[in-house]
Design a protein around this ligand. Structure first.
Ligand code: MG
Length: 294
């Protein structure tokens, strides 16, 4: 199943996406639940409750404003750095310079704040006066269903509710300046997500093509099979001593081809259009705009 969160008639709703991706059937959710988007469905499922029934006529996707499937995650988004060999190599002189010996042992894990999530077609605001090194990162997003702690690799996939697509937008200079990455990853609007959430029974998260285009030019193209740490390993690692909750999100890292790795580096500027697509899930496509000057 594919579930979308969207604005229609002035209020937020959650709906089932049609097979052709062209229409949505709204679900019967109280406004307070619908406000939380697909997260409300995940939490219902975790409580063992039935999914709400469809309630209303199909609505064309073209007639609504798609929100991120989870517009405000319950807490920070877990993110993985340096998770493709070729990407680790392209940034070994900059972002990963102090970690080259650790590539094969432990993943880099950082977080983005929940409030930086925006919809699949919303603008990304460049933080004018704060950074002029804004970069894109195409990524597969894992959505946790059943929570747990100390989850084993063998059990990990049972905890995956589904998947979506994110662009882990990054201010490279800020990322490196502060040692910890969270600030450079968490500017307002820096996490386009969508176009919807796809349940685990309808998508193979361990074999999927991830691509990114900037103004129509293909910049990233890899399969998640090339990840250094696969999804079961990431869930096992992050849940070591830390309880994962229904609706927790894990952005699984980006392939080679980011702007910082180009010679010379190619950073994003106002007017640029970035498309991130995962085959079988769909795409987010966002225009960069100048935000308020600092
Ligand atoms: Mg990333």
């Amino acid at each position: 199943m594919r579930y979308a969160t969207y604005l229609s008639g002035g209020r937020r709703q959650v709906g089932v996406v049609s097979d052709d991706g062209q229409s949505l059937r709204p679900l019967a959710l109280a406004p307070r639940e619908a406000e939380r988007g697909v997260l409300a469905l995940i939490e219902r499922s975790a409580r063992g409750e039935d999914m709400p029934p469809v309630d209303g006529a199909p609505v064309p996707v073209a007639d609504v404003h798609l929100d991120a499937p989870i517009p405000l995650p319950r807490r920070n988004i877990w993110c993985v750095g340096r998770n493709y060999h070729a990407h680790a190599k392209e940034l070994q002189a900059s972002v990963f310079k102090d970690n080259s010996a650790a590539v094969e042992s432990w993943p880099i894990v950082f977080t983005k704040v929940p409030e930086c999530v925006v919809g699949p077609h919303d603008d990304v605001q460049l933080p004018v006066g704060v950074s002029d090194q804004i970069d894109y990162e195409a990524e597969l997003l894992v959505i946790i269903g059943a929570g747990g702690k100390n989850i084993s690799r063998a059990d990990a996939m049972k905890h995956v509710w589904g998947y979506s697509v994110v662009n882990d937008v990054t201010a490279r200079d800020v990322q490196m300046r502060h040692q910890q990455w969270d600030m450079g990853k968490s500017f307002d609007t820096f996490c386009p997500m969508g176009p919807w959430a796809v349940t685990a029974d309808a998508f193979d998260g361990n074999s999927a093509r991830v691509r990114c285009w900037v103004n129509g030019e293909l910049r990233q193209d890899a399969n998640v099979e090339n990840m250094i740490f696969d999804i079961p390993t990431l869930i096992e690692t992050i849940s070591r001593g830390i309880t994962l909750y229904p609706g927790d999100l894990i952005a699984t890292g980006t392939p080679a081809g980011v702007g910082m790795g180009m010679k010379p580096p190619q950073y994003l500027k106002a007017g640029d259009r970035v498309r991130v697509e995962v085959d079988g899930l769909g795409a987010v496509e966002n225009v960069m705009v100048a935000g308020d000057a600092c």
